[in-house]
Design a protein around this ligand. Structure first.
Ligand code: NAD
Length: 363
């Protein structure tokens, strides 16, 4: 079986050389497009010495039994694949389900990594978690770079420094990693999340929980948050505004799956913040938690720096590529038996992440 990896417009690469042996044990040869690992600091020579085959994109598309990418391949690439190739990517059908219809024109079997259920058994395949965790860590470092202050409390001969104050809005995977990272750097951290489970997690990391009464928490939503009432969002906005006025850094990660991100920092709140303070908005690509966020840009409003970036995991490509590769290995392990692709449609992970009919080959 041939597993193809392309050179994507992303700093990450889908499979790193040190994992090739593990894929070989499953029965895969790794074919990788020239230069695909360069931006993640894995050279073509590294792949070759790990027994990967470095080749052209056209050769990969014509021969791959499985193609793995971060971003959905182009229509031309999908058309160039051989019949019934498995395409493993992040198609985000929960944002726009027309992709499912669109993919029907290609003779492939598409799998969407963002549809893997968030269950304990699937944790080792969960690329959303791996990437969110890297992004949460990196968000704190990005903020630290722009902040004109220290993070920790310092007592020096030249005077005492107060610890920096960080507010985290949304305590899912990214938010919890941001809390842990900011705490490690010495900040005082407060966080808000409507899910009841988030409270204990915030406290266990040494953060303070911003208590907002009346949250709508649906355990049937697969662990995801559900949309909150106007009253909740209003109460939350008042409490956040109080905290924002004193904060040095606000990191926002609040998402409601398949919906526009809730606006938690309206312009009026930003205008109450201290000059020199920093907002990092990880929800930028779904509309942003801050009203002023511009996706993919760093702007300044009234002395407040606002960083809009939902792709921060790509800024740590060596480790994020390694984690992604491990997730893919664990995922493909359940699709292979005795060195052959063998899709068990009774397996919830395979069935829920496949974007085609449950019967292989059927449209
Ligand atoms: P996400 O990216 O969908 O959302 C980020 C956070 O925003 C969530 O914690 C959500 O509750 C929060 N949020 C939504 N509205 C908000 C508001 N108005 N104010 C503040 N916060 C708001 O979340 P995620 O990080 O992908 O995690 C989703 C869920 O999946 C979590 O419950 C997490 O614990 C769970 N999870 C389970 C597994 C697993 O068992 N395999 C792995 C990872 C995550």
């Amino acid at each position: 079986m041939i597993l193809g990896i392309l050179n994507e417009h992303d700093q990450r690469v889908a499979i790193v050389p040190q994992l090739i042996k593990k894929f070989q044990k499953l029965g895969f040869e790794i074919w990788i497009e020239k230069g695909a690992g360069e931006t993640a600091f894995y050279s073509d020579a590294d792949y070759e010495s790990a027994e990967g085959k470095v080749t052209s994109k056209s050769e990969i598309l014509a021969n791959a039994d499985v193609l793995v990418t971060y971003h959905p391949p182009s229509d031309d690439d999908l058309r160039a694949l051989k019949s019934q190739a498995l395409v493993v990517s992040t198609f985000a059908p929960y944002i726009d389900d027309s992709i499912i219809e669109h993919l029907k024109q290609f003779d492939i079997i598409p799998f969407s990594l963002d549809m893997i259920p968030r269950t304990t058994i699937a944790q080792s395949m969960d690329v959303l978690s791996s990437m969110a965790s890297v992004a949460g860590y990196r968000a704190v470092l990005e903020a630290a770079n722009y902040l004109p202050r220290y993070f920790p409390m310092l007592i020096t001969a030249a005077g005492s420094i107060k610890p920096c104050s960080v507010v985290v809005l949304g305590a899912g995977v990214a938010g919890l990693q941001a809390i842990a990272t900011a705490k490690r750097l010495g900040a005082v951290v407060e966080a808000s999340d409507p899910r009841a489970a988030a409270r204990e997690e915030i406290l266990s990391l040494g953060g303070k929980f911003i208590e907002v009464a009346g949250a709508n928490d649906d355990i049937g939503a697969g662990g995801y948050a559900v949309e909150q009432s106007k009253e909740f969002l209003q109460k939350q906005a008042e409490l956040v505004q109080e905290r924002a006025a004193k904060a040095d850094i606000i990191i926002t990660t609040a998402q409601v799956r398949g919906r526009k991100a809730p606006v938690l920092l309206p312009t009026s709140t930003v205008e109450k913040m201290k000059k020199g303070s920093v907002i990092v908005d990880l929800a930028a690509s779904t509309g942003g938690n801050c009203e002023l966020t511009e996706d993919g840009k760093v702007i300044s409003h009234n002395g407040v720096t606002i960083i809009g970036d939902s792709n921060l995991a790509a800024k740590m490509p060596t480790d994020s590529s390694f984690l992604f590769s491990n997730n893919i290995h664990n995922y493909l392990k359940i699709m292979v038996k005795d060195g052959q692709i063998d899709l068990d449609w009774e397996n919830e992970i395979i069935a829920k992440s496949c974007l085609k009919s449950k019967n292989k080959g059927e449209n």
